[in-house]
Write a protein that binds this ligand. Structure first.
Ligand SMILES: Nc1nc2c(ncn2[C@@H]2O[C@H](COP(=O)(O)OP(=O)(O)OP(=O)(O)O)[C@@H](O)[C@H]2O)c(=O)[nH]1
Length: 804
């Protein structure tokens, strides 16, 4: 990126922070160089010194040569200013800033014209007294400088803001006018009788400079940050110009004759300051008045106080005038204007303050609303609901029914359709729930959880009716932006109360009931009952116990149940089944603790334990294939593949001796299918458990070639009964046919009676499992019964992240 003098990169280069030689002088030079290029400063400094020397010479000598030298040096100074301003103009970032630089260039050119013409035609030199054509460019200098700095000011925020600035300018102008009148103008006017004809002209110079200086100071307070240095130099330059023109003015007053050098020194200083302003590097950008920033706050206060500060000299002049007895009409009129303008300004400020207070109150209300509401659905959020129940609203303390609504398997919607669709579903559900409650409260409690409060509904039967209505509303298809539809169900926990005084407890009760609804199969309503509290506490205890058990060696057991190849009745493999020998509750079947393990995430370490033990058993029995169940949570574990690979390696097991079983519901998720494909690529087998009762599509099965399909036991159970048998036979035959077509092996689970066995054999099932073919036994006992070697378990720790 090119970095011109106006670019941010060009602002105060950091590399120059320290002097090359590290000395104090070096540091000082470097510091100055950060603000202004050293060669430019040196040139301006040298020209200023030369100007002052020339002033001294011409004052002493008074000759033409001295005056010509002085004008030449001044011209050189102005040329430096013009070059600097043109450079900055070229790189200005906005048209307004460019216009500002043009105006400053114009001011410098006006000076140049005056100086050069005065040199070439000394009889036209305005400084000599009578008005000449050269006064025209000379008079333009102050207005052009002022225009430039005004264009460097930050834009006003509104018309009212601009109006306030104009009022301030009038007040400041009048104040300067009163003081100027008393100290400068009136002596001129009074001295007219004896004075020379250039008085009016001198007065015009002084008045123009004074007004320009006053407004220039105002502009300085509003200057854009990166141009503040330039505006400050220009304002000082206007001050020097005023001093110069005052000097000239007094020169023509009888009896008051300051040395002519005052005029020339002021003029040279003004030129030098304009040149410095043009060569200053731009400061850092940024317009905002951050009131947390002490400097900005100070500048802002100055800006507010400025018009009032200008009252002080007015008061001083009036006081002196009153004592001396020469207060006149213009002074009284000016003071009246200042007082009226400042009074009006005050009224405007009061009105603005009132508006500000109103806006502030609106913002506070808006913030309070936001703090209590959910952005996505516009419903109350958790905090808003709890505070509403606590008593901030008339609803508190009333009898009511409370519904805790949790969408079922909402994560799958996010995972398969994306978060945007997930959000759209949440919004649609939120709208429906708002409609459902009518006069009550609806809140999005968290993620996919909603809470509805139905005030006045105490009858459980009526509450159940509402809950049922909510279920139906949620289940209606939700149209999507792409033209499709999505259907979600919800599990609802319901509780009723005679008083909403203790909101948190009531929400907790409904939450417990909702959890029970999930456990009971989802898409249903569960009414809260006291027993749920104990069940919940029991679940928490069991989770703690499981955590402890996983840290021990003797509580979690792996049992193996044989899988028999039906052709030849030989052992094909074994399914690993986990058991928990609880110290107080005795042997627990998986149904008692697997859901808890899944919810708490403990399923991952538990799965590792089972995997390691199953691999150890397979390693101890030649050719044995072990089958291990994987839960949905394990399938989402990013370390799963690495863990499986580690377990196989640790036990020296060929990958095809391990079969990983998943329930068919997980096949709806593309990501999970990807994990299964990766496991197949590793060489492991994959089995679809409980096939036929879930929600998979046969199409998905084609993506996992060579998988085993385990027909759900519900199809096998009635194969040997006359009534239900025919239907199930048709189903099993169809599944076997499809599996054969897809190149899949079929396993029949739950074979308990000889007739079921012969039926599955007749239907073409290749592998069987069930009590008739073999009970589960502890892994060690199983290995012994198979005549296997010692069972050595290795690597029960999960894979480390680096291994993934
Ligand atoms: N799109 C979207 N998803 C969210 C938002 N807030 C939370 N979620 C997701 O909502 C899901 C909630 O999942 P859970 O309630 O734990 O589980 P579930 O899949 O609904 O399964 P069950 O509740 O057991 O039926 C999580 O995957 C969150 O990441 C949200 O503002 N937008």
């Amino acid at each position: 990126m090119a970095s011109g003098p106006d670019s941010v990169a060009g602002a105060y280069p950091r590399s120059l922070d320290r002097g090359a030689d590290g000395t104090t002088a070096g540091r000082l030079v470097a510091r100055i160089d950060r603000r202004i290029p050293a060669p430019a400063l040196a040139t301006i400094g040298a020209l200023l010194v030369a100007s002052l020397a020339a002033v001294a010479w011409s004052t002493a000598d008074g000759g033409t040569a001295a005056t010509v030298v002085l004008r030449q040096v001044e011209s050189a100074l102005v040329v430096v200013a013009v070059v600097g301003a043109l450079r900055r103009r070229r790189t200005a970032s906005t048209a307004v800033e460019r216009a500002g630089w043009t105006s400053l260039v114009g001011a410098a050119v006006a000076v140049l014209v005056t100086t050069v013409a005065a040199m070439l035609a000394p009889h036209l030199d305005a400084r000599l007294g009578a008005p000449t054509p050269l006064d025209l460019p000379s008079l333009l200098v102050a207005p052009l400088v002022l225009l430039g700095v005004l264009l460097f000011a930050r834009p006003t925020r509104s018309a009212a803001h601009l109006g306030r600035i104009v009022l301030d300018a009038i007040a400041v102008g009048c104040a300067v006018g009163i003081v100027g009148w008393y100290l400068v103008v009136r002596p001129f006017v009074d001295g007219r009788l004896a004075a020379q004809p250039s008085q009016e002209l001198a007065l015009a110079y002084v008045a123009g400079d004074a007004i320009a200086l006053g407004l220039g100071l105002l502009a300085l307070l509003r200057a854009k940050r990166h141009l503040r240095g330039t505006v400050a130099c220009s304002a000082l330059g206007l001050g020097a110009l005023l001093a110069s023109d005052l000097g000239r003015g007094f020169e023509v007053l009888p009896g008051v004759a300051p040395p002519a050098s005052v005029t020339e020194i002021g003029w040279a200083l003004a030129m030098a300051l304009l040149a410095i302003g043009a060569w200053l590097r731009p400061g850092p950008r940024g317009e905002h008045v951050a009131l947390s920033d002490a400097r900005a706050r100070r500048a802002w206060l100055w800006w507010l106080a400025l018009p009032y500060l200008f009252l002080m000299p007015v008061a001083g002049v009036l006081l002196v005038g009153a004592v001396v007895g020469d207060v006149d009409g213009p002074m009284i009129a000016g003071s009246a204007i200042v007082i009226a303008v400042l009074g009006f300004r005050h009224v405007v400020a009061l009105r603005e303050n009132a508006e500000l207070a109103q806006r502030l109150a609106g913002s506070v209300r808006e913030l309070e609303h936001r703090a209590a509401h959910d952005e996505l659905t516009g419903l109350l959020n958790r905090g808003g609901l709890i505070s509403a129940l606590r008593g901030d609203r008339p609803i508190a303390g009333r009898p009511a029914a409370l519904l805790f609504v949790d969408l079922d398997r909402f994560k799958a919607i996010n995972d398969t359709l994306g978060h945007a669709v997930g959000d759209a579903v949440l919004r649609a559900v939120g709208e429906r729930l708002r409609f459902a409650i009518r006069a009550g409260l609806a809140a999005r409690f968290a993620g996919d959880e909603f809470v509805l409060v139905l005030p006045g509904v105490v009858d459980e039967h009526a509450a159940l009716g509402h809950a049922q209505e909510v279920l139906e509303l949620v289940e209606r298809p939700i149209p999507l932006a792409d033209g499709g539809e999505v259907v979600v169900t919800a599990s609802v926990g319901l509780t009723t109360t005679t008083s909403l005084a203790d909101g948190e407890t009531i929400v907790r009760e409904a939450d417990l009931a909702m959890f029970e609804a999930k456990q009971g199969g989802r898409a249903r309503v569960q009414v809260f009952e006291e027993g749920l509290r104990e069940r919940s506490a029991d679940r928490v205890r069991l989770e703690q116990d499981l955590r402890r058990a996983l840290a021990r060696e003797d509580e979690i057991e792996v049992h193996l149940q044989p899988l028999i190849a039906l052709e030849g009745d030989r052992l094909w493999g074994a399914e690993a089944l986990v058991r928990w020998r609880h110290p107080e509750r005795g042997m627990l079947a998986p149904g008692r603790f697997l859901a808890i393990a899944e919810e708490s995430g403990l399923i991952v370490p538990l799965g590792h334990r089972v995997l390691a033990e199953a691999c150890a058993a397979a390693a101890a029995v030649p050719d044995l294939i072990v089958s291990v169940n994987l839960s949905a949570r394990q399938l989402h574990d990013p370390l799963l593949l690495a863990t499986v690979r580690d377990a196989l390696t640790a036990h020296g097991l060929a990958p095809d001796r391990l079969c990983l079983e998943v329930v068919e519901d997980v096949l709806v998720d593309d990501r999970t299918i990807g994990v299964l494909e990766a496991l197949r690529a590793l060489g492991a087998r994959v089995a679809i458990d409980d096939f036929g009762v879930g929600a998979s599509s046969l199409k998905q099965l084609r993506r996992i070639p060579g998988a085993l399909v385990k027909i759900d036991r519900s199809f096998i159970g009635s194969l040997d009964t006359a009534e239900a048998g025919d239907d199930d036979r048709v189903m099993v035959r169809a599944l076997v046919n499809v599996a054969e077509q897809l190149g899949l092996q079929v396993v029949a689970e739950g074979i308990e009676r000889p007739d079921q066995l012969s039926a599955v054999r007749d239907l073409g099932v290749t592998i069987g499992q069930g009590w008739l073919l073999g009970h589960p036994q502890r892994a060690a006992a199983f290995v012994t019964s198979c005549g296997g070697g010692p069972l050595v378990r290795r690597g029960t720790r999960p894979a480390r992240r680096s291994a993934a």
